[in-house]
Design a protein around this ligand. Structure first.
Ligand SMILES: Nc1ncnc2c1ncn2[C@@H]1O[C@H](COP(=O)(O)OP(=O)(O)OP(=O)(O)O)[C@@H](O)[C@H]1O
Length: 652
């Protein structure tokens, strides 16, 4: 005996406390009790097949769940192995020990579900009293009734044998769980819990079991005609999904390390139509272990970009928590995550190739999400680059169509639309992609890079250069300085340029990169943008310093601007008034919404028009005043005639 062992004491167990904690706190929902009892019934059938194959062959296995709302009772009845009296004491009434695990260890049978010897306790979380009436296949002439309130103490008494071996577990529900005694609700819950169980589960007197739909991956593939395989998958997805219609469904199988002969996980994945969605993350994955629902919402197993995917997976490699409502995050979990992402991409490829009409519906329904998904995975990008619709000023177009209509360049507006630059392109019939929409800009940048095509980003300095050509002759720095001081407000950069129409003397174009930067950088709460795409967007906006809020393009081809410069060079006193008038026009146009908002004050600008008109119309009328009437005359037909001819027009 080693030193100190004589001091060893046995840990005391407060059985009452333990039972109460396990029964009340182990599970997150009272429905789990139902699952545990159905699972026990199922295991009991498997046990019977193993121990009494002949007897089992002589009857149809069946589990029936009945509810009596008036009596507040629920009963789960099976035609399985039943229990002898010693088994009731040793297994049913011993916390932490069950026969099922022993049986699995001895026989290696993987259909047996029970493992912990705890599940039965969950009955006490919903029931005031539990009775178990059972007849073992080993002693078909005997019957026993176990009865307990609370699980801490129980009694067993002899009763007449059941007509055939099996067990019925009856629960007298606590008042707060009375709603469980509703057969309609039971059908719905059990359809999900039991969909993969091989033994039919019936509710009430129903002839049809709740788990009657064929499970596509369980059917021997050779027996399903190839034309039916896709239909069988779609039927399963439609029955399981409930909330939506599946657009396509594809099989899932992961071989793990064992190579093609072993299967770690198997199931079905599908694309949901999403017509009734309130959010874009509708990942919906149910995970089953040995046929029993383990995790109803295992969305974290799906990639974050796959908000439109639903599925069912069964795996014997995952390890459940003791409550069997969640999975241990171990290496099998991570391997499954990886395998699922690959399977979704494979499935989308398969859909594009084999089911073109489904593929078109997926693109139309999930275009925005797919744009973002394409950015998260190279293979997805390759699949989607030419097919996925991009929102544009002319409706949804593929990047290829956008490029063709833009004479080899894709045009994208960085702002929220309606800006001056966009207006001009619309006049030229060039579609503009909506760069403010989720993932559009990074997607088109990637597209342009990989497909070697030009991208014109309207609102950026580079993009604007396409619209606003350089002036014929650069303006002297001194004149530029005067113009900037006279026309530009804070945050605006004056840019001399030539653009259409010449009747427009100047236009203010907000810097969309600065706008985008502001939006992306404080858009923490936008849960719609998957983090990978947001990181990309932020990496881009970090390059923009954001100090230039807008560019003020001054049209050197405009007669009004030419007259202004001529007057300034001649030292004409009217040039300051004329410049003030142009500045007012700029602010008013910006406020009217065509060009976004200016840093200028609208009230002061409106007053400025009056001041300028008063100054220009005050006698003597000089040559310049006539020139300014043209400011309001837009249109290329307004030929520039030179100051010497303008005296007469000024009197108009
Ligand atoms: N309907 C039933 N028919 C026959 N035996 C049953 C039935 N329900 C329970 N048992 C017996 O009681 C034991 C304990 O059941 P319990 O649900 O507590 O644990 P388990 O099913 O073995 O494991 P787990 O906690 O993982 O569910 C089972 O192993 C089984 O031997």
């Amino acid at each position: 005996m080693s030193e100190g062992q004589e001091n060893l004491r046995t840990t005391e167990v407060d059985l009452g406390g333990l039972v109460s904690v396990l029964a009340t706190h182990l599970y997150s929902t009272p429905l789990v009790a139902l699952r545990e009892l159905v699972q026990n019934a199922h295991d009991s059938h498997t046990r019977r097949c193993l121990e009494d194959p002949q007897g089992a062959a002589g009857h149809r296995p069946r589990i029936r769940v009945r509810a009596d709302a008036a009596g507040r009772t629920l009963a789960i009845e099976d035609t399985g192995a039943g229990l002898t009296e010693p088994e009731i004491h040793a297994y049913l009434a011993t916390v932490g020990t069950g026969y099922t695990r022993l049986l699995r260890e001895v026989t290696g049978n993987e259909e047996l579900i029970g493992a912990f010897g705890l599940g039965f306790l969950s009955a006490f979380s919903v029931a005031e009293e539990v009775t178990v009436t059972t007849t073992s296949h080993r002693e078909p002439a005997l019957g026993h009734r176990y009865r307990s309130r609370g699980g801490e103490q129980y009694s067993v008494e002899p009763v007449p044998a059941r007509p055939q071996p099996g067990t019925v577990v009856e629960l007298t529900l606590k008042p707060e769980h009375a709603h469980l005694a509703d057969e309609g609700a039971l059908r719905e819950v059990l359809a999900r819990y039991c969909v993969l169980l091989s033994i039919p589960v019936h509710v009430g007197d129903d002839e049809q079991p709740v788990n009657g739909i064929p499970v596509p991956w369980r059917e021997p593939i050779a027996l399903i005609p190839s034309g039916r395989q896709y239909a069988a998958r779609m039927e399963f997805a439609a029955a399981f999904g409930r909330r939506f219609e599946p657009l396509t469904a594809f099989p899932f199988q992961s071989h793990g390390d064992g190579g093609a002969d072993s299967t770690d996980a198997i199931g079905l994945l599908w694309v949901q139509d999403g017509g009734t969605y309130g959010s874009s993350d509708n990942r919906d994955l149910a995970v089953y272990l040995r046929g029993m629902l383990l995790a109803d919402d295992a969305r974290d197993l799906l990639p974050s970009w796959a908000g439109f995917i639903g599925g069912v997976v069964e795996s014997n490699r995952l390890t459940p928590t003791a409550s069997r409502e969640d999975l241990q995050r171990d290496e099998h979990y991570r391997a499954l995550q990886q395998a699922l992402a690959e399977a979704i991409i494979d499935g989308l490829y398969e859909t594009a190739r084999l089911h073109p009409s489904a593929w078109r519906r997926i693109l139309a329904r999930h275009g925005q999400d797919l744009l973002g998904a394409a950015l998260c995975d190279e293979r997805l990008f390759t699949l989607l680059a030419d097919d996925v619709p991009v929102p544009t000023s002319q409706g949804d177009l593929t990047a290829g169509a956008l490029r063709a209509a833009g004479q080899g360049a894709v045009h994208v507006a960085l702002g929220s639309g309606g800006g001056f630059e966009e207006m001009l392109y619309r006049a030229m019939q060039v579609p503009i992609a909506r760069g403010d929409r989720y993932a559009v800009l990074p997607f088109l940048r990637r597209y342009a890079q990989l497909r070697d095509c030009r991208i014109v980003e309207l609102g950026s300095a580079d993009g604007n250069r396409e619209l606003f050509r350089d002036p014929e002759r650069p303006l002297p720095a001194e004149e530029l300085g005067w113009l900037a001081a006279a026309l530009a407000d804070a945050g605006e950069q004056l840019v001399p340029a030539r653009f259409e129409p010449p009747g427009l003397p100047l236009v203010l174009v907000p810097d969309r990169e600065a706008e985008l930067k502001a939006r992306i950088e404080d858009d923490q709460a936008d849960a719609r943008i998957p983090s990978a795409a947001l990181r990309l967007a932020r990496a881009f906006t970090a390059r923009t310093d954001g100090t230039v809020k807008a560019r003020l393009y001054l049209n050197t081809a405009s007669p009004a601007v030419q007259d202004l410069l001529r007057a300034y060079r001649a030292g004409h006193t009217g040039s300051t008034t004329a410049a003030a008038l142009l500045r007012s026009i700029k602010v008013i146009m910006a406020a009217a919404g065509a060009t976004g908002s200016s840093g200028g004050d609208l009230g002061a600008a409106l007053a400025g028009v009056g001041t300028a008109v008063a100054a220009l119309t005050a006698p003597p009328l000089d040559a310049l005043s006539a020139g300014f009437d043209r400011l309001f005359d837009d249109g290329p037909q307004n030929e520039h005639e030179g100051p010497q001819n303008e005296q007469g027009e000024g009197a108009r």
